[in-house]
Design a binder for this molecule. Structure first.
Ligand code: NDP
Ligand code: ZN
Length: 357
């Protein structure tokens, strides 16, 4: 039996519709049909950037989904066919040694915990597989909409991770570089962790408005000039406690160092490869002896993580559905929404694609 999906035809060159065999779920796996999905900025990076990679040819894209279980593989005990679950974009293989090192995002190799839409076919399809479904996905609690639940899959877990990586604490002054959906969720997370001042960096108007609604105290437009100078003007020359990088390219790293006080924290979410090399002034890095803590990370997955984030939505701590600005439908909608991510307008924050509601 065949199915259709939307994905990378030739990595770095072309995307389009692809026909494949419907996969068969193995042990602990589930075959899912997508209920709602969202395209990610990373889908564009995965299809067109990150070096030349033939393994990405003929690969169905998409890693953000709420799905319905169509068929369960051997060993699944708790879930049943027809259950609707949030599928986090990172679905580790929990039976790997990396998990015992606390690096489950890298189970089976560097960044291999994120497999859906990268090393295995993604969610922009009629069907897709989820490995270890009962450990990697979560049921949606009462009172949580499909739209909000969908945002747990990547945007919420990633944005919140930025704040965890930076180590935000009560009363911290925090910079969040980027007011796309990841940066917006980092702003929410910084507020929930008790940040005092939250300075957001972005330009598109709808994102900036929502950044303020979610808790940004100030917004700096990077198109108006040097970010460091603009932020130092706002703080009276005082460096901030923490910086989360959720936008821009590799060049944000030295900026984040310069912005952050000695012994402060930097959480990097951008898989920086543009530009591929940095020509840095070591003075910007305080010659590497200022006890800065820099941590870059891939979005956390796992059922417990998703359940905790869903709890924050259920009890009214965050409404991530406010980020959904555009609606698309079906497989054609996967293509349309991908194109929206490639050419972001002023009005776009995040599209949702209704597939099998
Ligand atoms: P968006 O493109 O929606 O947002 C990026 C933000 O960065 C925008 O606010 C943009 O401004 C801003 N920006 C762009 N260029 C610069 C610059 N030179 N200086 C400062 N700010 C700049 O992306 P997302 O929110 O969807 O994702 C953010 C990043 O996180 C992406 O790189 C994505 O690939 C990555 N990501 C990482 C994950 C992980 O696991 N680590 C998971 C998911 C995403 P403007 O308002 O002008 O658009
Ligand atoms: Zn993503």
């Amino acid at each position: 039996m065949k199915m259709k999906g939307f994905g990378t035809i030739v990595h770095g060159e072309s995307v389009g519709f692809i026909e494949k065999d419907i996969p068969e779920p193995g042990e602990f796996e589930a075959l899912m049909e997508p209920v709602v999905i969202a395209p990610c900025t990373s889908d564009v990076h995965i299809a067109f950037e990150q070096g030349h990679n033939d393994a990405r040819n003929h690969r169905i894209l998409g890693h953000e989904s709420v799905g319905r279980i169509v068929k369960l593989g051997a060993g699944c005990k708790e879930y049943k066919v027809g259950d609707i679950v949030v599928v986090p974009c990172t679905t580790p293989n929990w039976r790997t040694l990396e998990v015992q090192d606390g690096a489950y995002q890298h189970s089976g190799g560097l960044c291999q915990g994120m497999r859906i839409g990268t090393s295995q076919d993604g969610v922009m399809a009629e069907y897709y597989l989820v490995n270890d479904v009962e450990m990697n996905t979560a049921k949606i609690p009462e009172g949580v909409s499909l739209e909000s639940a969908l945002m747990v899959s990547d945007m919420m877990t990633t944005g919140f991770h930025g704040v965890e990586l930076a180590g935000v604490e009560f009363g911290d002054n925090v910079v969040v570089i980027g007011t796309g959906p990841v940066g917006l969720m980092a702003i929410v997370a910084a507020k929930l962790r008790g940040a005092a001042r939250i300075i957001a960096v972005g330009s598109r108007s709808r994102c900036v408005e929502l950044a303020k609604q979610y808790g940004a105290s100030d917004v700096v437009n990077y198109k108006d000039g040097d970010i460091y100078e603009q932020i130092m003007y706002l703080t009276g020359g005082k460096k901030v406690d923490r910086t989360v990088i959720a936008g821009g390219g590799t060049e944000q790293l030295p900026i984040a160092y310069k912005l952050t006080r000695p012994a402060g924290g930097i959480g990097d979410l951008v898989a920086a490869d543009t530009p591929p090399r940095l020509n840095i002034d070591t003075a910007d890095f305080c010659r590497f002896v200022a006890h800065h803590r820099l941590a870059g990370g891939l979005c956390p997955g796992g059922r417990r993580r998703a359940e905790r984030l869903l709890g924050l939505i259920q009890y009214g701590r965050v409404d991530p559905s406010l980020m959904l600005t555009h609606k698309c439908y079906g497989l054609d909608g996967c293509k349309d929404s991908f194109e929206m991510m490639r050419n972001k307008t002023d009005e776009l924050i995040k599209p949702i694609v209704y597939m099998n509601v």
